[in-house]
Design a protein around this ligand. Structure first.
Ligand code: PLP
Length: 303
């Protein structure tokens, strides 16, 4: 823990003793989890999370001391573990560690908590698991002004999850080097973010966000089963949209059809709903009123 203001920490790190009850604990005598100094070394150089990106993670928004969509995130964590054939996360242990980390953190308007589970040291059989809580950057500007977005080919067909499950599409793995490299490609093209398109021409998701778009009175998203993540923010937005009279639905679409939408957002935990203001170099309609009400709702929502 660091107490940068001499007391309550602005970053909190917790390490789980037994991230999964399917694997032995790291110490038979230890408590379920322990606090560590986030600035101190934690992993061995042999951890497969570091050497192979062989692990999974979740990033959860925290507002007023409460994690948002916690149970949805935990379900997705388990889904990702199953895809990688990792030992199943012990949900109760993770939930307790998450709440403890958030409870220790200096209160702030917006924070986040990240959970990481790796396969551990090769041959050891014990996964490594930790929870890291920190204050969030200020995203208020991008939530209003929006993003310049380019579409980029992901190189997989839209049905990759069914045809080639070993590619782990739809799992939130630690192997995010590609999700970062596409942002550098976006910058080279004068843009801020990316929407991936399948090799057979369907809109998928951003490198760290889901795509939500509005057509008239309908709020839509490309849907699950396309090798994309089951977005917790998208699900929260749909519940909100339904409560204020929108229809919601899952609809596969081409980038050409997306261009005709009345508005579109890249939505994710922490950054929340960022409107698309430019798509592949062309100005895109921003629905400022709806953006504001969606973001106000997401910020009030800390279930
Ligand atoms: N898709 C990808 C690839 C992501 O990495 C993320 C979040 O980081 C999302 C979608 C959005 O998920 P959520 O709204 O649960 O944060």
């Amino acid at each position: 823990m660091t107490g940068q203001n001499g007391g309550v920490p602005t970053q909190v790190l917790i390490v789980l003793n037994q991230p999964s009850s399917d694997a032995p604990p790291h110490s038979s005598m230890a408590a379920p989890f322990a606090f560590f100094d986030p600035a101190a070394p934690l992993l061995t150089a042999l951890d497969l999370g570091a050497t192979r990106g062989d692990g999974i993670f979740e990033t959860i928004s925290v507002g007023n001391g409460r994690p948002q969509a916690l149970e949805h995130h935990l379900r997705r964590f388990i889904h990702s573990a199953a895809a990688l054939e990792l030992p199943t996360p012990d949900v109760d242990a993770w939930r307790s560690a998450i709440l403890a980390a958030v409870g220790e953190l200096e209160p702030a308007d917006e924070s986040s908590v990240k959970t990481v589970l790796t396969r551990g040291v090769e041959g050891d059989g014990r996964p490594t698991g930790w929870v890291f809580a920190t204050h969030s950057p200020d995203y208020s500007r991008v939530r209003v002004e929006g993003l310049r977005v380019v579409t980029l080919d992901r190189g997989y067909r839209h049905d990759v999850e069914r045809t080639s499950p070993w590619l782990l599409a739809g799992a939130k793995t630690l192997s995010y080097a590609i999700n970062r490299s596409v942002l550098r490609e976006a910058a080279r093209r004068g843009a801020d973010d990316v929407i991936f398109v399948s090799s057979d021409g369907f809109v998928l998701e951003g490198p760290s966000s889901s795509v939500v778009y509005r057509v008239g009175n309908r709020m839509l998203t490309p849907g699950t089963g396309l090798g994309i993540l089951d977005g917790t923010t998208q699900a929260s937005i749909f519940r909100y949209a339904e409560s204020v009279g929108f229809e919601t639905g899952f609809e596969q679409l081409s980038p050409e059809k997306l261009r005709l939408a009345d508005a579109a957002w890249l939505v994710s935990s922490v950054r929340l709903a960022a409107p698309v203001r430019e798509l592949d170099g062309a100005t895109f309609r921003v629905d400022r009123e709806l953006s504001a009400s969606i973001n106000a709702h997401l910020q009030s929502l800390r279930d």
